[in-house]
Design a protein around this ligand. Structure first.
Ligand code: G6P
Length: 490
């Protein structure tokens, strides 16, 4: 069967929308939803996801646990099937194992001096949390593909590493394609996990036919892990893990593009115009912008420290520049995240107190998730600061330049996936080097107009050169090629 025509099932922890108790619907946050929204609108697909709120559970029950059609506030219609897990299991899965454990390992947020103690609590979070949610979602996948011939299942992200093994056991004929949206770290970072858990994770992942990443660097790291931690034969040039229980696993890089047309549409909306008016009324000569989830990996504190240093070193910029930081509170039941948010607010207060005047607040902190408000700010920044310590891709680095109207300069961490594509036209920074960050802010704000325009044009050209349709087409082409080259994994 032609793989391009095979029925497509997507599965991820977070779905395209989330429901409030009153039935109101919001777009799901984060890069995964942005990516899959583009994908689902290009293909006929059923999207299986966890019911993450009581509202999601209610909506799922109304649909009898079956797929239902929903319109996302961000545009597009989706077939969604929510899966409810036991609340305790879900809490262990989300708040103890996936975040922080896997997320921290995959962003190098733990070094050995602050690595967690692994006790029963953590092991049980894997056994009775992570695995339970993976089993629940795997069961929904198996139900969904029941009776379909040679189905294609696209599995997404670090929440679902043990799911492929479960689906494979039930449906040896299924084609399993797993895309990991976050970095893949080098082998030693994985040694924090108990060997047995680590083995289960790799065993689950290697039940896929293809494993995809945003960058060549993560792809290489994954191959290295398969060799060094699992003892498998790998071919780095071809990107293949050989002979995993009789089949080969292809390991590929598919850098995720944004849907520039959709972003530009949001830029023209009435709501965006309303936020723009507001922003322009309070605007100083220069605007520095960051838009992120309030996540430790985003390196928000060092960004503010760099701005503090910049103001100290360049007092001529005082009262002339504002730093707008729009941060979406995230995973606030995980203690590390709650504490991080407190530290962010405290540092903003310190910097504003140190440099502010009665009519000028140097940092404006907006703790909310509002797409139109962010896009309004994208249009008018002079500097876009993306200084993540490590980041799978970072879509803000792609969204900003396509709607910006001021030839704004991107200050971009060399440890983001986006840097592999955009580094040439951004000011590259080492995210740990606060002095370099401060100097880059200054360089961006004083750059000659022709140089700003050259860089902004370069960024726009790369970003708009591909769209999410191309991204999914590349993956489907590999699925077709692999199917033709050998039977699916046994
Ligand atoms: C990142 C992850 C996604 C996740 C998103 C938001 O982009 O790669 O899998 O959905 O963050 O995080 P959350 O925990 O709110 O789903």
């Amino acid at each position: 069967m032609n793989a391009d025509r095979a029925p497509l099932v997507l599965v991820s922890n977070r779905g395209p929308v989330t429901f409030g108790e009153d039935g109101s619907v919001k777009r799901g946050g984060g890069g995964l939803v942005t990516a899959l929204t583009g994908l689902a609108s290009h293909r006929d697909a059923v999207w299986i996801a966890s019911a993450m709120t009581d509202g999601d559970a209610k909506r799922s029950q109304e649909a009898g646990g079956q797929p239902f059609t929903v319109e996302s506030p961000a545009g597009g219609e989706y077939q969604v099937r929510f899966v409810e897990s036991d609340p305790d299991a879900y809490d262990r899965f989300y708040n103890i194992f996936a975040n922080p454990m896997l997320w921290f390992i995959q962003h190098y947020l733990w070094d050995l001096s602050n690595a967690p103690d692994i006790r029963r609590h953590e092991v049980e979070a894997f056994e009775y949390g992570y695995n339970v949610v993976n089993e629940d979602l795997a069961q929904a996948v198996v139900d969904e593909i029941d009776g379909r011939e040679e189905p294609v299942v696209m599995i997404h992200d670090y929440h679902l590493y043990t799911l492929p093994g479960l689906v494979r056991r039930a449906r040896p004929d299924a084609f399993l394609h797993h895309f990991v949206h976050i970095p893949w770290t080098q082998p030693d970072a994985w040694r924090v996990l108990p060997t047995r858990i680590r083995d289960e994770i790799y065993e689950g992942l290697l039940a896929n036919d293809i494993v995809g990443f945003h960058t060549q660097a993560y792809r290489r790291n994954f191959l290295q892990c398969c060799r060094d931690l699992v003892g498998l034969e790998v071919d780095f040039d071809a990107g293949v893990v050989r002979n995993v229980g009789g089949h080969d696993v292809w390991v590929r890089a598919y850098p995720l593009p944004i849907d520039a047309t959709a972003t530009r549409r949001v830029a023209q909306s009435d709501r965006t115009h309303h936020f723009e008016q507001e922003l322009l009324r309070r605007r100083r000569d220069h605007l520095i912008l960051r838009v992120d989830r309030a996540d430790l990996s985003k390196n928000v504190l060092r960004g503010f420290s760099a701005f503090d240093l910049f103001l100290e070193q360049h007092p001529d910029f005082r009262e002339k520049v504002t730093f707008v930081a729009q941060l979406m509170p995230s995973r606030t039941d995980v203690p590390e995240y709650a504490e991080y948010l407190e530290r962010i607010e405290a540092l903003v207060a310190v910097v504003n107190h140190r440099h502010g005047t009665p009519d000028w607040m140097p940092i404006q902190l907006k703790l909310r998730d509002d797409l139109e408000e962010a896009v309004a700010a994208y249009k008018h920044y002079d500097v876009l600061l993306v200084n993540a310590m490590f980041d799978g891709m970072n879509l803000v680095a792609k969204e900003g330049p396509v709607v910006n109207e001021r030839d704004g300069v991107s200050v971009l961490s060399e440890n983001t996936g986006a840097h592999e594509e955009l580094g040439e036209f951004a000011l590259s920074v080492n995210p740990f080097d606060i002095q370099e960050l401060a100097a880059s802010i200054h360089a961006a704000l004083t750059m000659r107009p022709d140089e700003r325009a050259r860089r902004a044009d370069g960024l726009r050209e790369i970003i708009t050169g591909r769209n999410p349709g191309d991204w999914i087409d590349d993956q489907l082409a590999d699925i077709r090629r692999k199917r033709e080259s050998q039977p699916a994994a046994p």
